[in-house]
Design a protein around this ligand. Structure first.
Ligand SMILES: [Zn+2]
Ligand SMILES: [Zn+2]
Length: 264
């Protein structure tokens, strides 16, 4: 289990650095807000969310991976009652978990109390690799609760859960990066994965645009459920990213943490 933390942290820091360098070399949009205050705030939110999960881990040891080990030991969950080849179970589990995260994301846009939490992510006025880690601690806690419940129902292997978390984390950093991909490459990649241009539509200030493209890893769910919008109407350079707070408030840590609980 300690191994798992070291592997995940190494992959996370490696990919974070890679995308941060890539977006500095080939930026897609000019920034509208200073990077320093946004980065301090986004990292601050992320560190608090990680600490929340650690506190949560006192109640549910080792979180989703621990739940997978526990379900296996107890014989709980669908895959622990089936005798499918390991790799089939692994692919099926990762697909189902990815769909669940897509559905959860859609629900956070539709249920007002959940949208209050999720809009902390959307309030960021620029989109870059740090936007991928800007999720309110309460939203991260709820999301982990859902994942743990699903893991007990599904009974995937611990390896499938670790792979899923690494893929989700890696693809989220990729598609939030302010990265200019050649359009031909973007067209090919987005047949399978959510690209930065595809996810940027989801960060549009316009509601009908931010209520689309809910995927974090695979692009198939939005195409399947007709929530896919290929490009922002105003174009990638001209579109406004964020919500109605087009000032320096979203770049402040205290304001961002209080946002779900304030009447605005
Ligand atoms: Zn969203
Ligand atoms: Zn996003």
């Amino acid at each position: 289990m300690e191994h798992e933390t070291v592997i995940r942290l190494s992959v996370f820091l490696g990919l974070f650095t890679l995308f941060a360098v890539a977006e500095a070399i080939r930026p897609r949009r000019a920034r509208v807000a200073p990077r320093s205050s946004r980065w301090v705030t986004n990292w601050g939110i992320s560190i608090l969310s990680t600490l929340t999960l650690r506190a949560f881990a006192f109640v549910v040891p080792a979180l989703a991976v621990g739940a997978a080990l526990d379900a296996r030991a107890e014989g709980w969950g669908l895959f622990n009652t089936l005798d499918w080849p390991v790799w089939v179970e692994m692919v099926a589990a990762i697909l189902i978990l990815d769909f669940a995260i897509w559905a959860q994301h859609l629900i956070t846009h539709k249920v007002p109390v959940l949208w209050r939490l999720h809009r902390v992510h959307h309030a960021d006025r620029d989109m870059d690799v740090t936007t991928a880690i800007r999720f309110h601690p309460v939203e991260i806690g709820l999301s982990m609760g859902l994942k743990i419940g699903l893991v007990y129902l599904l009974g995937p292997s611990a390896l499938a859960v670790i792979l899923f978390e690494i893929i989700l984390n890696g693809t989220a950093m990729f598609n939030h990066a302010n990265l200019r991909l050649p359009l031909a490459i973007d067209r090919i990649v987005r047949l399978v994965l959510v690209t930065p241009d595809m996810h940027r539509v989801h960060h549009s200030v316009h509601r009908h645009e931010h209520d689309s493209n809910y995927g974090f890893s695979l692009s198939i769910w939005d195409r399947l459920f007709r929530t896919y919008i290929a490009q922002p109407a105003a174009g990638h350079s001209e579109m406004t990213v964020g919500l109605r707070w087009q000032d320096d408030r979203p770049a402040r840590l205290g304001w961002s943490l209080r946002l779900p609980f304030t009447r605005v």
